[in-house]
Structures are given as structure tokens and as C-alpha cells.
Design a protein around this ligand. Structure first.
Ligand code: ATP
Length: 723
């Protein structure tokens, strides 16, 4: 027996999973031993014992209590725990295992070599029952199954047998086998595993030359091996649960979040690909760097979003990832939505006008417009809604403050042409509106962004930010990007790790748009894409993508994006598409669907009903309540999951949420897009924009579902859905 001190301890995903199956007292004891060792390795040495008769001399066992043993590999400076189980089972598991440094996949693999005898006996007898019969060795090897595991693969007879043999295989092998069995194509499996193909991650050194200690640190190994940085981190992971996003990042995610960049970075990815997860890890990484360097004390990372609710969610999640950075005084990470940041900044700068973000202040804007329209004649053929749309989408969106700039500006994308004369008379109206706003002490959000940008540019105040991370970038307009660039201007020494921008133009639901390049944010050569959807099954994702079929979407810059090449981690059942004769029948069906969901697998808070309009959400609430089903109508605040009840909310609010099962009712051709929204269109181009926003909204709503989706309508379905 050797008492081990001062080694680096890590845990592979198999160990984490086996911990979950242990009785609580055993799991707690193991966790306690590990955290104590990490807090003071010299005082709390680990008594590792050699496993007699094992194939690999580095395999060791650790007594957890009388009946349980943990299995680990001890190589050089590292101890990697791989399994915890009852005494005999643990030793049996350990007997045939060995650790392999696999240069092909740039990972540490934990494999079991079957004896040739077992193989010979099992082979012919099972020949007509083999799950992978039609799959040749070469394909499996190419996908990353180690040679040594092929005999065991050949013994698997059914998908259920594969599932119950999970512990027999190296975690990556299991993932590959499962994907092959589920019918994924090779390029899709490459996306799932991050091996080879067109992935962001790549070997960091010639893989063949890496030692165990180096190989365990690769982006690829860390997809399934957790190396805690500190006792606090280990304790948090044990306490908060083992949700993959915190520890087992996809190699692409880790590479994107944990590298240095010499300029702004753009990360795109379809719904559910872990963009927010990457943004959070990026914040942690940059804050870790600040913490380690005493000369950077007081600096911080600004993580900003478009909506308040996402900012709340991110802050809550960061509390489980790196609370120290939020609680430090001053904090090393600040999470705030951009509107709020602007309000606070302008307040500090004694900006005297009230910014009309929502509510009563917005009603006052309507009142000012009414007064302006009373005093002006509109140019021929133009309506009041047109004038307001021109103001919002051209003048304010582009930050135009004088007539010359307005006359010269490009109005690309606006349907109704305007000659010079019309533009000149429109400018009179705009100038009057602006003057009245100022005398009323009011400002629109775009004014606030512009003012803040001007103050920052003129004063260059000493802000504490070392970097800005932006989530939901697709919903931010030009003024927002100019402001972000002004908060984090390019340093004289270059743009080191300055801006990290995350978004998906397919999910643009607020009608704003900007080219980052035009706003001084140059991401050329640093544009990344995430392709693995962790949230939604392949079947639901395919349906959600069909809603956007044939539509061209930008890449948040000056190019175009596509939803091709995405893969979902899971397969599941096809979405239910339900046509009804009336809305009453639709609501009855919805109630029956909620009741029929398997109660043992799913709790009410994990069911979301998403509607285009708040009034519809209220109708759904009425129907569910009448049937005795508890409900929660979600408003703009965070979703408190300790309150029981089916979640009902608008599709807009659903952004940032996810549910096991989602229902989207009222998708008839007269109800979706809602007629009120279409009536607001000022011309055919505007109408197309509105329809596009509703397509995106439906795409967002559908991609909130993890496992089950129900879509319904009464009468004729909207042309936006494929039935
Ligand atoms: N490496 C990972 N391991 C396990 N789960 C992950 C991983 N990365 C992301 N997830 C999970 O996938 C889901 C989607 O992640 P996230 O919200 O970051 O995606 P997103 O791209 O921002 O989505 P959207 O654009 O739809 O809002 C979350 O439940 C998250 O915890």
C-alpha cells in the first residue's frame, strides 16, 4: 500500500456516472475523501492499493468504506478515477482494464481487452444476433473505436444490450457505438464526438509524443475527463450535480472558450448548441486570468445580453460555475442586459431624459407622435405607421442626426422608394418629433445608446472592463454594437481577447439587424460555429428547421448563414402535428396531452405551452386550470422552478428557456402570424419582414423542446408550418 501525496486528481465521466448509482452515504464518503485530499494532500494522503492480477500495473483501488472500492489509474503525477462500485464488482471491472494514450483521437481511453477465448466462444454463437453485423471494422476504427474494443463490440446483440453494457466501454466508444446504432451518418458522428472532420478542435502537439500528463489535458480528453482546479470547484461539481455543461465540454466548445484571440470573436450556432454555455465558460476563463494576475486587480469581464431574463439565467448559472468571480469585491464578472447597462451609465453621467424602454414611457412616445402628426401634413402616399417605421428602422437604427445624412443613406430592404423631396419633408417631421421628445424629457432606447457611445468616445472614461462578452447578438442593432465597441475600444497594443460575440440569426425575433463590421467590430478570420445540438432531439430539430426552409439568413455580419450540418445528440419521437375543428377542441386536446405525459418521467414545471400572444397564454391557463392542472404564467422575471405547475408563456419570453415537452397551440392560418402584427405592416417588404420574424419565433419556440413537441391548429394550418 502506498500513501499518495501531492498528485493531480481527475475523474472520468464513467466515475461520475457510477457515483450517481451509489448509496448516498458511500457517494458522500468518496466526495469527502476527495475534497479533503485536494484541500491538503500532505495531511490527507490517498491509500491506493495495487489490483492483483490486473493487466495494467497503473490500475489501483481505493477503499471508500468496508464494502466499496474506487478504481483509479496512477500514472506519473496523475491519479485518474474511473469507477466506484461494490468491492467485488469494482475488482471485476478493474481486472481487464487498461489505460491507452490514443494518438488517433488525441484522448486518454480506458479500455477493456477481451480474452481471445471469450471472443472465440461468443463469436459464432451470436452471429445472427449482432447489432453491428453490417458495420465493418474499418468504419468503426475510422470513427474512433480502438482496435482492442472491437471484440467486445462484436458481442453486442441489441440496442438494449448496448445500453446495459455502457460501463464496459470507454465513454467515447460508447458514444460512437450508440450513434452508429441510432443510424447517424459518419459526418454526423464526427460532429458528435469532435474527432477529425471539420471541427474547431485540433491536436495541440504531435499527438504521438504526448505523455499521460499532457494527453489528459487535451480539449478532446477533457470532453470526458474532469480535472478540478481547486477544492472549491470539486466541491461545487459534487454538490451541484454533474450536468455536462459545467465540466464535460465538447472539444469545439472548450477550444473556442479557452483560447487567446488577437481580435473580436464571433460564435454562431443553431439553437441548443451551447452558445450560452460557451459564453459562460469564456467569462470564467477571462476572469480566471484576471484573478491570477495581481497587476490586473479591479478589472472585470462584462457579460451582456439583449433580454433581462437571459441575464438572470446566466448569472444564476455562473453562480454554480464560478461564484468567486461574481462575489469578489469588486466582481470579476458583471452580468447585465445592455438596456440596463445603458440606463445605469447615463444615470451616472446625469443624463436628464427618461429612456422609454417600455410601459408608460412608451405610451408617452405615442402621444408625442400624435401631436406631431396633428401639426404636419404627410407626404403623398405615406401613412403614419410608415413614417414611424421609417424613423425606427432607418433614422434611429442607423443613428442619423441630420438631414444630409438621411438623404444620402441607403434604405436597402425598405419596400417603398422615397425621392429626395419626400425625404426632405419627412425630415421636417422627424426633426419636430425629436425636438418634442427632448422638451418632454424623453429619449428612445436608440437615443440612449447613441448618447452613451458619444460620451464614451469623447471622455474615454476609465471603465473597469478587460473584455465584453455578448449573448443574443442577433437581436442587437447597430447602435448596440457601436456602444459595445465604445465600451471596449481597441487598445493601442491590439485587440487582445477584447470582444466575444455569440448569436444565431435564425433566432432573430425583434427585427433589429446590424453588420458588425460596419460598427467597427471585425471578426474576419475569427468566426466560429458550434454544430452539436445538446437540447433537442434530431426529430424536433428537423421540424423546427423546416419552418425556416428556403429562407436566407445573415451570419450577423455581411455574409449568410445556414442550418445545414447540425446534429442532435439525441433521437426521439417525431413532433405531434394536430389539426382540430375548433379552438375548443384544440384546448381539450392540449389538456389531454398534458395529462397523458408520463408522470414518472416528467414534472409539470418541465412542460411549456408557448403562444404567440399573451391573451392566448391566458386562455390556455384558463383551460388547464379548469381541468385542475396547476399552471404558472411566466412573466419577464426568472422562472422559479421550485413553484409547481405547467409553464405557460409567450414565444418571445420562451427564448432562453427549455422544457422536456413543449406545446405550441393556435397555429391556424388566421391566428399565426397574428392579424394585429400583419396589419402593422407598412408595405409588402415590411410584411415580409414581419412574416420572417414570426417564422423565427416559431423556430425559437419549437427548439425549446428537449424530447416532445406538440403543434396544433384549428381549421387550416398557417402556411409557415410543414404538416
Ligand atoms: N457540453 C455540454 N454537455 C452537456 N450539456 C450541454 C453542453 N453544452 C450545452 N449543453 C446543454 O445544452 C442546452 C443548450 O445550451 P445553451 O442554452 O447554451 O445553447 P444555446 O446555443 O445558447 O441555445 P439557444 O440559442 O437555443 O438559446 C442546455 O441545456 C445546456 O446545459
Amino acid at each position: 500500500m502506498t500513501s499518495i501525496t501531492n498528485k493531480r486528481v481527475s475523474y472520468d465521466i464513467g466515475c461520475m456516472k457510477s457515483l450517481r448509482r451509489l448509496p448516498d452515504r458511500v457517494a458522500l464518503k468518496f466526495m469527502d475523501m476527495m475534497t479533503r485530499y485536494m484541500s491538503d494532500p500532505t495531511a490527507n494522503g490517498l491509500n491506493l492499493e495495487t489490483v492483483e492480477g490486473s493487466k495494467d500495473s497503473s490500475i489501483k483501488s481505493l477503499r471508500v468504506d468496508q464494502g466499496y472500492r474506487a478504481i483509479a489509474f496512477e500514472v506519473g503525477h496523475d491519479i485518474m478515477f474511473v469507477h466506484v462500485n461494490e468491492h467485488d464488482k469494482a475488482y471485476r471491472w478493474a481486472a481487464g482494464r487498461r489505460v491507452k494514450l490514443d494518438p488517433e483521437t488525441n484522448r486518454i481511453r480506458v479500455i477493456e481487452e477481451l480474452d481471445a477465448v471469450v471472443e472465440a466462444v461468443a463469436g459464432p454463437a451470436l452471429s445472427n444476433l449482432r447489432l453491428f453485423e453490417a458495420v465493418v471494422d474499418e468504419r468503426l476504427r475510422g470513427l474512433g473505436v480502438p482496435e482492442e474494443e472491437l471484440p467486445a463490440v462484436r458481442q453486442i446483440s441489441t440496442i438494449e444490450a448496448l445500453e446495459s453494457a455502457e460501463e464496459r466501454f470507454d465513454p467515447l466508444t460508447y458514444q460512437i457505438l450508440y450513434a452508429v446504432a441510432a443510424g447517424y451518418k459518419d459526418d454526423e458522428i464526427t460532429t458528435l464526438t469532435g474527432i477529425g472532420g471539420d471541427t474547431e478542435a485540433e491536436p495541440q502537439a504531435p499527438a504521438g509524443e504526448l505523455t499521460f500528463g499532457q494527453m489528459i489535458e487535451t480539449e478532446q480528453s477533457r470532453q470526458s475527463i474532469f480535472i478540478p482546479d481547486s477544492e472549491a470547484e470539486l466541491r461545487r461539481v459534487f454538490e451541484e450535480g454533474l450536468e455536462g455543461w459545467r465540466i464535460f465540454l465538447h472539444p469545439d466548445q472548450r477550444k473556442i472558450a479557452y483560447r487567446d484571440y488577437n481580435g473580436p470573436v464571433l460564435v454562431r450556432g443553431g439553437a441548443g448548441t451551447g452558445k450560452t454555455v460557451v459564453a459562460m465558460h469564456r467569462a470564467k476563463h477571462l476572469a480566471d486570468q484576471i484573478e491570477k494576475d495581481p497587476s490586473r486587480a479591479g478589472q472585470r469581464v462584462l457579460l451582456t445580453t439583449f433580454t433581462t431574463s437571459l441575464a438572470h439565467d446566466i448569472e444564476a448559472n455562473l453562480r454554480t460555475l464560478c461564484p468567486g468571480h461574481l462575489d469578489a469585491r469588486p466582481p470579476r464578472i458583471e452580468v447585465i442586459n445592455l438596456d440596463r447597462w445603458v440606463s445605469q451609465f447615463l444615470k451616472r453621467k446625469s443624463f436628464a431624459r427618461e429612456v422609454a424602454f417600455f410601459g408608460e414611457a412608451r405610451d408617452r412616445l405615442d402621444q408625442v407622435w400624435r401631436e406631431v402628426f396633428d401639426d404636419h401634413e404627410l407626404p403623398d402616399g405615406l401613412s403614419e405607421p410608415f413614417v414611424r417605421a421609417e424613423w425606427a428602422q432607418i433614422v434611429q437604427a442607423k443613428g442619423l442626426t441630420d438631414q444630409r445624412a438621411y438623404v444620402k443613406t441607403s434604405r436597402a430592404g425598405r419596400g417603398t422608394p422615397l425621392d429626395r423631396k419626400k425625404r426632405a419633408s419627412l425630415w421636417d417631421i422627424f426633426a419636430d418629433y425629436r425636438a418634442r421628445l427632448i422638451s418632454e424629457g424623453l429619449a428612445e432606447p436608440d437615443d440612449a445608446y447613441r448618447e452613451a457611445t458619444e460620451i464614451l468616445t469623447a471622455e474615454a472614461p476609465n471603465l473597469p472592463y478587460a473584455a465584453v462578452i455578448v449573448d443574443e447578438a442577433q437581436d442587437m442593432g447597430e447602435q448596440a454594437f457601436r456602444l459595445i465597441r465604445a465600451i471596449m475600444p481597441e487598445a493601442p497594443s491590439g485587440d487582445h481577447n477584447s470582444l466575444f460575440i455569440v448569436g444565431d440569426a435564425h433566432q432573430r425575433i425583434y427585427g433589429r439587424r446590424a453588420s458588425m463590421f460596419a460598427c467597427g467590430v471585425n471578426v474576419r478570420g475569427r468566426s466560429k460555429r458550434l454544430r452539436l445540438n445538446y437540447r433537442t432531439t434530431q426529430e424536433i430539430r428537423a421540424w423546427a428547421v423546416s419552418v425556416l426552409e428556403g429562407v436566407s439568413v445573415d451570419d450577423l455580419d455581411e455574409g449568410t448563414d445556414t442550418l445545414r450540418g447540425y446534429v442532435s445528440l439525441m433521437h426521439g419521437v417525431a413532433p405531434e402535428l394536430v389539426g382540430c375543428r375548433s379552438e375548443a377542441e384544440e384546448l381539450d386536446g392540449l389538456v389531454a396531452w398534458v395529462r397523458a405525459l408520463p408522470e414518472d418521467q416528467i414534472r409539470f414545471f418541465d412542460i411549456g405551452v408557448l403562444c404567440a400572444r399573451r391573451v392566448d397564454a391566458e386562455r390556455v391557463q384558463g383551460a388547464l386550470r379548469a381541468a385542475g392542472i396547476a399552471t404558472v404564467l411566466l412573466q419577464s422575471g426568472a422562472d422559479d422552478r421550485t413553484v409547481p405547475g405547467v409553464r405557460i408563456t409567450t414565444m418571445h419570453r420562451a427564448k432562453g428557456l427549455e422544457f422536456f415537452a413543449v406545446a405550441i397551440p393556435f397555429l391556424s392560418d388566421t391566428a399565426f402570424p397574428p392579424s394585429g402584427a400583419l396589419r402593422a405592416a407598412v408595405d409588402s417588404a415590411d410584411r415580409e419582414d414581419i412574416v420572417m420574424q414570426y417564422r423565427s419565433l416559431l423556430h425559437v419556440a419549437a427548439t425549446r423542446a428537449k424530447k416532445a413537441l406538440r403543434v396544433s391548429w384549428s381549421g387550416k394550418p398557417t402556411s409557415l408550418v410543414r404538416t
